[in-house]
Ligand binder design. Structure first.
Ligand SMILES: C[S@@+](CC[C@H](N)C(=O)[O-])C[C@H]1O[C@@H](n2cnc3c(N)ncnc32)[C@H](O)[C@@H]1O
Length: 349
């Protein structure tokens, strides 16, 4: 990557400046090969085979059933970004960052990397031009059905998204549950709660609360709460379509939900929440709040995934305020968390 700060800002000028700009953009255009390499490493389980220490590519290839020369090439790129590191004997070792690619560690992101680089994200990302010219998602054009219908097709396909999603959420659930001051009693409904990682953390931290995990039945089947003795008898799974209705409760949690959907769909969903909230209840949208201007933020990349693969978008605080108002709610505050997500709280108008 180009190291010159002036590159990319148009500063510098003249022929040299233009040459540097050209080199910068060539590097940027090649950037997609890093996640490609990360995915390949995740697929063949490289990190698990490095758990016990450094290994030569030939040994690693034998252990993973891969081609040694090609594996070396993948590792060499990953080493440029600190996922692995190469020693003087040409052996590769996991770095601290690379540890999370193992499948057997807490907060493993192996399945999350596979989900985020799955062809259902990758192919639409290559068709963003379609989104620009047509003003629609690219997903249905490629896969012939909406995103969540695709991931309900069969168990194996469903696992790619829902297991990966749960893994992506793992590292953020506890800090989010800790960042918000939940009431001492009442019912928390985790709407589109997936495998229930956030609800589990909320219930563990707040022993007076009860929970409802609300999602599609094939998703609820993979829930983590049933196996957790600490919350037995304090939660129920409930199957349903959140565009038809949502269960009644005191807190409606919507984590990484509104960003999947366009404004009309969000207003429908939030309207159901408004009607199903107990008096004094709150809706907590847990999503990124896009910062203004040039500030780098993960949401600005994820937003393009929402554009290509779904119909949603990442939103600013003003966007959320407008959505809530259309659904009869009022944005009451934004609670930051140590993660990339914030808790955007709304109450009945
Ligand atoms: C992006 S995932 C978020 C999962 C979870 N909240 C998290 O943050 O890990 C979206 C969730 O919404 C669920 N979902 C999508 N459409 C739904 C619908 N119409 N009714 C109920 N749940 C739905 C999906 O099954 C999935 O679990």
């Amino acid at each position: 990557m180009s190291q010159d700060d002036s590159v990319g800002t148009g500063a510098g000028g003249g022929e040299d400046g233009l040459r540097r700009s050209a080199a910068f953009l060539i590097d940027e255009a090649l950037g997609f090969l890093f996640p490609a390499a990360l995915r390949a490493a995740a697929d063949v389980g490289v990190a698990d085979h490095l758990a016990n220490g450094p290994a030569a590519p030939a040994d690693l290839a034998a252990a993973t059933g891969t081609d040694a020369r090609n594996l070396h090439r993948v590792l060499r790129l990953l080493a440029t970004r600190g996922v692995v590191t190469e020693d003087e004997q040409g052996r590769f070792a996991l770095t601290g960052a690379g540890q999370a690619l193992r499948g057997d560690v807490p907060f493993s992101v192996r399945t999350a990397v596979q989900m985020l680089t799955d062809r259902t994200m990758w192919r639409p990302a290559g068709e963003l031009t379609h989104c620009l010219t047509e003003g629609t998602t690219a997903f249905e054009n490629i896969f012939g059905m909406p995103f969540f219908d695709h991931f309900a097709k069969d168990e194996r396909t469903a696992a790619v998204f829902h297991v990966g999603m749960a893994a992506m959420s793992d590292q953020e659930n506890a800090p989010i549950a800790a960042a918000y001051d939940f009431p001492e009693d009442g019912t928390v409904v985790d709407i589109g709660g997936g495998h229930g990682g956030l609800l589990l953390e909320v219930l563990l931290r707040n022993p007076g609360l009860r929970g409802v995990l609300y999602d599609r039945s094939h998703v609820l089947a993979g829930n983590r709460l049933a196996a957790h003795p600490g919350i037995t008898g304090r939660w129920t799974p409930q199957e349903g379509d959140f565009f038809a209705a949502v269960p009644a409760g005191d807190i409606h949690l919507l984590k990484r939900i509104t960003h999947d959907w366009d404004d009309e769909d969000c207003v429908t969903l939030l309207g159901h929440c408004r009607r199903a909230l107990h008096p004094g209840g709150r809706v907590l949208v847990v999503d990124a709040v896009v910062p203004p201007g040039d500030t780098p933020h993960q949401s600005k990349a994820l937003d393009l995934m929402m554009m290509g693969s779904l119909t949603g978008r990442e939103r600013t605080e003003a966007d959320f305020a407008e959505l809530f108002a259309r659904a009869g709610l009022r944005l009451s505050r934004v609670v930051p968390t140590p993660t990339v997500l914030s808790v955007v709280e709304a109450v009945a108008e």
